[in-house]
Design a protein around this ligand. Structure first.
Ligand code: ADP
Length: 380
């Protein structure tokens, strides 16, 4: 092979031409104005452009750039490189087969001996396969994370359910054993124990029903049976259901109705009744005797809003964000200092039903003054 000194200009040109056209990277030589001066074979092979047609055009005018965003990214790159900067970024090019390829692009200014920019070398490398691998790896990692989280949630759920079941079960077993062991128990005492057993049995029954409800909704097995319904009628019916309980605490239920006729909504009557019975039962449960509950239905531009405002114990501010979570209960006490019991599932179910209808539910509360729950349902 000839030594460097002995090479003619033509030999040198041939060598560099060989490198230029046989490298894997695709290369464009571009003038300071962005005009294509040279294209190597790899660029031609990759993009399918015809070299003779491309020469003399501005680089960003090539058809191969994936879209306008890719073009303007290139223009910005060349602008930055004309400040003397070496620019490198990830761009998108449509390759010969017509598919979008992700390319690692660099724009390097080449300076003359006078220190001016002579031209740019715009170089690219197809990294689609690498990106795809990274994407797959990320997806697999996310998938594994999701499975892990689901598993944790399942374990937490099982432990919460067992915890909820344990208390009433222990009480049922305990009182039943006492009844069996103590033959000479006073009839009033026996009656009292039986009532506790019945109460706790009912609590278990409610818990199991709520759990079945939650699991049916969450597994997507609940389909709504919708028909045009009057929301005011549903709310009134729900109020009727809890009237006896409210009366026993002398709690007044006030219907603050709007005179305007409200449109009918496409909803599942039974499910929506369940939501309002739940909200009203809570209002009664968490309101001391002689209080009041105000029901209001209002129409806004896009929704019908039902609000249920009570004059109850209220909800501490730090409990508000988790109120609609399964099993979440704020630890309120009633006026006698007794803890108020429940399953902590009612609001979670209500939220899911409202959201199945495309609506939303939220709460506001001032501890010691009362709480208001708002249900918003989309207008047809
Ligand atoms: P449960 O009433 O069975 O405990 P919910 O899911 O219906 O379960 O309610 C969750 C918690 O939200 C309740 O335990 C209570 O702390 C709080 N809460 C719900 N409604 C009210 C209300 N009207 N006033 C005060 N607290 C309420």
């Amino acid at each position: 092979m000839a030594l460097h000194d002995a090479l003619t200009e033509a030999d040198l040109r041939k060598r560099f031409q060989a490198i230029f056209n046989n490298t894997f990277q695709f290369i464009f030589l571009v003038s300071v104005d962005g005009i294509i001066l040279e294209i190597n074979q790899a660029a031609v092979n990759f993009t399918g452009i015809i070299a003779t047609e491309a020469l003399g055009k501005a680089l960003w005018e090539l058809e191969s750039w994936a879209d306008e965003a890719a073009r303007s990214k290139l223009q910005t790159g060349i602008y930055r490189a004309s400040g003397g900067e070496f620019v490198r970024y990830t761009g998108e090019i449509v390759n010969l087969e017509g598919t979008r390829a992700v390319v690692d692009l660099s724009i390097k200014p080449i300076f003359s001996s006078a220190g001016e920019i002579d031209f740019f070398i715009v170089e690219g490398r197809d990294i689609t396969a690498i990106k795809r691998m990274e994407f797959e790896r990320d997806r697999e990692r996310q998938h594994a994370d999701t499975l892990h989280k689901l598993n944790e949630m399942k374990n937490e759920f099982v432990s919460q359910v067992s915890h909820e079941l344990r208390t009433p079960l222990a009480s049922i077993i305990g009182f039943a054993q006492t009844l069996l062991r103590s033959q000479n128990l006073a009839p009033e005492k026996a009656q009292q124990f039986l009532n506790i057993i019945l109460d706790d049995g009912r609590r278990l029954e409610r818990l199991v029903e709520d759990l079945l409800d939650i699991s049916r909704i969450e597994s997507g097995k609940t389909s709504l049976i919708t028909q045009p319904c009057s929301i005011s009628q549903i709310v009134e019916y729900a109020a009727h259901i809890i009237a006896t309980e409210a009366d026993s605490k002398r709690i007044r239920i006030v219907h603050d109705t709007t005179p305007e006729a409200l449109p009918l909504l496409e909803i599942d009557n039974d499910r929506m009744t369940q939501v309002f019975v739940n909200l009203l039962a809570n209002a009664v449960k968490f309101t001391p005797p002689d209080g009041s509950i105000t029901l209001r239905t209002q129409k806004s531009a896009q929704t019908l809003e039902v609000s249920i405002a009570d004059t109850g114990v209220g909800i501490p501010a730090n409990d508000m964000p988790r109120l609609f979570e399964k099993f979440y209960r704020a630890k309120q006490r009633d006026t006698d200092g007794k803890e108020i019991r429940g399953t902590g599932l009612g609001l979670a179910i209500a939220k899911q039903i409202v959201e199945l209808h495309g609506g939303s539910i939220r709460a506001e509360s001032t501890p010691g003054k009362g709480s208001t729950f708002y249900v918003n349902l989309p207008l047809p």
